[in-house]
Design a protein around this ligand. Sequence first.
Ligand SMILES: [Zn+2]
Length: 308
Amino acid sequence: MFRLINQASRWKIFACLLASGLIGPRAVSYGQNPTPDHPSIVVHGQTYTPSSILERNMGTDADQTTAFPPHRIIGNIYYVGTRTLSSFLIVTPQGNILMNSTYERNVPVIEKSVTQLGFKFSDIKILLGNHGHSDHQEGDALVRQMTGAQTIAMAEEVPALQALRPGGKEHPIDKIIHDGDKVTLGDVTLVAHLTPGHTRGCTSWTATAQEAGKSYNVLFGCSLRPPAVVTPAIAAELTRSFTLVRALPCDVQLGDHGAQYNMQAKYAMLKAGAPNPFISPATCMAEADIEEAMFHALLDEQEKAAPR
Ligand SMILES: [Zn+2]
């Protein structure tokens, strides 16, 4: 039984990687040769390869499905995800917003974290996501079944979302939005920014949160990780996205994987009683720096390999 679950979850991860383009016909040889792991880049003193970034994002099977201690990030924004897959709860007087249901099997884990924080899962009125890969939005159908929440999707992400059909369930999409559209519930407004490249409709969200009488800009960034093969269309998308993301107001940077914003280290600082470590405008673009360097390194490699 455990073996079966393990194999099934491995296949899902493989399918996600395949969908994400990190592995594909050019990069994988089905067990004969190891997947090429290059280029290698150094950003802010750290070395990264495509595999190291993926490993950092995903962790182990257990990391993907084990709750990380739920905690308040800032103001009315809480973390309710697993050790490596982010899920955020935004609390308002008119009900709550959940961002990223992650894998369907994680929904009860997220529900427990919401309850542990003193909130009701059934108070989730709106369900949002960063992008339509199974590790971020596979659980949408189940969350909608359990809460009746309205599901909102970026137009360009609809095909990717519709391809997510856990147990044959149709992916719920109640409302389609476009770049720059706003989603409001109670006293919270989130702005949707189309930041494609990782997927066609990758959506970064911005909002403000209040703490100790001050207002802070929060960025819920979508992955900027380039696929292994960067087509001219994807290159154009990513070029636009890096410029756009760098122009977004940001005091608190969050991401669809905790590793994109050093969640575990910041949480340890929070536990140690430090001033809110999530407020860190100076490091808001650290993840964009890594992914943009990888993007250019991949492009350089492809150009050198191209027939002349
Ligand atoms: Zn992804």
